[in-house]
Write a protein that binds this ligand. Structure first.
Ligand SMILES: *[C@@H]1O[C@H](CO)[C@@H](O)[C@H](O)[C@H]1NC(C)=O
Ligand SMILES: *[C@@H]1O[C@H](CO)[C@@H](O)[C@H](O)[C@H]1NC(C)=O
Ligand SMILES: *[C@@H]1O[C@H](CO)[C@@H](O)[C@H](O)[C@H]1NC(C)=O
Ligand SMILES: *[C@@H]1O[C@H](CO)[C@@H](O)[C@H](O)[C@H]1NC(C)=O
Length: 432
């Protein structure tokens, strides 16, 4: 510009300047318009659909693919609305100035939102879930306060490396016994590759299944007998149904905090899976070692480990005939990444953080998804491990012990199959 002014008259320069600036402005505007027009939101590929839905169901087409936490208020989905009300309460930016305004009791808020929805339009078990979803506290009917303080084998160790918490139902005596006799053996367990193992404790998580909760035979005395013999039953006073399974996670976390706060790792699984506990211990102890090495460079003591068969970009199941069915009037959006089916393992310290954050997340009727939601709120994602086989091995491989070499968990096995497989794996051929 200085050069221009030197060569030409000052006047010419002053006249040209506005034109040049307008020109630049026009170019800028055109480029902006072009960029805006050519922008397309990133496409999310769906590679998994929650179990039970056929991949070509037309029911999938109608709802938006927003990220899970981007809850839209205009969505009339009940869960989204309830969660949004809590977010508003718990987030000082969204809340604005509400000093002096007391928090509405959970039940009251729920009633208000439920009034705008017709509860009878939901399937029956969904209705039952909604009516009790404000309640998260249920008393223990059978407790094991000494579970993590016993050192029955005189080893002096009292804090388990691994606490196995297995979701069971009152009537599943056979599953529990098969687990006790095989992979869920409580006591000192050796690692697989003759590495050091550790103390494993097993508890079974039960709700109520008796005449007060449906047409169930009264198995109370049998259960009491079982508990006297094995002392590994935790039972809470709520109806044991599929949509109430999330309660078992919440109540387990409470129990852990009170009675087993020093467990290093927690396995949570179903009573129809087979776990290779020794291999799992090897894996967990390696993880722990890595963490201690890494911890040396930081001051972080918490270990964020959450491992399972991770499912990403899953859509809710919209097929009314399946047990995973979630109507659009209840929940809209994608599911967060979650570890599905059979079992997951996480660190003890993470259990406490999950417990804390769960107080900010509305109960969701599918337990695996709920854990995913809580993890997301903590800013964590579940880690995938290919050894967790939710969908089992190919049929032809199931009888071959070598096929289980790198398996940590496999779903699903009957009590009989557990016993057979256990025996086979005790003497895994060297050539595997
Ligand atoms: C589409 O759905 C039908 C039944 O609902 C099923 O038989 C068929 O295999 C499905 N096709 C694909 C590609 O999933
Ligand atoms: C919040 O509201 C109360 C009364 O409702 C008022 O006295 C107070 O000054 C307000 N605080 C702020 C930060 O605006
Ligand atoms: C869950 O348990 C509570 C307490 O027993 C019960 O009121 C509710 O109906 C149960 N929910 C489902 C879906 O079974
Ligand atoms: C760790 O904490 C100690 C004191 O608690 C402090 O002196 C040290 O600088 C911290 N180290 C790092 C890497 O933050």
């Amino acid at each position: 510009m200085g050069k221009c002014c030197k060569c030409n008259s000052r006047l010419l320069c002053m006249c040209l300047l506005p034109f040049m600036m307008t020109g630049h402005l026009l170019i800028y505007i055109m480029v902006s318009i072009f960029v805006t027009m050519s922008y397309a939101p990133p496409k999310i590929t769906i590679h998994y659909i929650a179990p039970g839905i056929s991949a070509n169901s037309s029911a999938l087409a109608s709802h938006p693919l927003g990220p899970f936490w981007n809850l839209q208020l205009e969505d009339r989905a009940m869960w989204n609305q309830l969660q949004h009300a809590w977010d508003r309460e718990n987030n000082p930016i969204l809340r604005g100035n509400t000093t002096g305004i007391s928090r509405k009791p959970r039940a009251q808020l729920l009633t208000e939102i439920a009034r705008t929805h017709d509860l009878n339009s939901f399937p029956e078990h969904m209705g039952a879930f909604i009516r009790s979803m404000h309640c998260r506290e249920y008393p223990l009917l059978i407790n094991q306060p000494e579970m993590c303080r016993r050192s029955s084998d005189g080893s002096g160790v009292d804090s388990p490396v691994l606490l196995m918490a297995i979701k069971s139902q009152v009537g599943n005596f056979e599953n529990r016994q098969a687990i006790r006799e095989t992979w869920g053996h409580s006591g000192m367990v050796e690692g697989n590759s003759n590495k050091k193992g550790g103390l494993v404790r097993t508890v079974f998580l039960l709700g109520r299944q008796d005449s007060s909760t449906g047409p169930h035979p009264d198995l109370k005395n049998l259960l009491e007998l079982e508990n006297q013999k094995y002392g590994d039953i935790l039972q809470w006073d709520f109806r044991d149904s599929f949509f109430n399974l999330t309660l078992k996670d919440l109540l387990l976390w409470q129990w852990l905090q009170l009675y087993c706060p020093t467990a290093t790792f927690v396995f949570k699984g179903d009573d129809d899976v087979f776990v290779r506990t020794d291999v799992l211990l090897d894996y967990l102890l390696t993880k722990k070692k890595e963490h201690i090495l890494w911890k040396g460079n930081t001051n972080k003591t918490d270990m964020d480990l959450f491992v399972g068969d991770v499912i990403s970009n899953a859509m809710p199941n919209r097929e009314p005939s399946t047990k995973y069915y979630i109507p659009e009037s209840f929940y809209k959006g994608m599911y967060p990444p979650y570890a599905g089916g059979g079992g997951v393992v996480y660190s003890g310290s993470l259990a406490f953080r999950l417990k804390e954050v769960s107080e900010l997340v509305r109960l969701f009727p599918i337990d695996d998804v709920y854990l995913g939601m809580c993890l997301q709120r903590l800013g964590l994602s579940p880690s995938h491990h290919p050894g967790f086989l939710t969908f089992d091995l190919p049929v032809t491989d199931r009888g071959n012990p070598c096929a289980y070499k790198s398996v940590l968990l496999v779903h699903r096995r009957s009590p009989k199959e557990m016993l057979t497989l256990w025996k086979q794996l005790q003497s895994m051929p060297d050539q595997c």
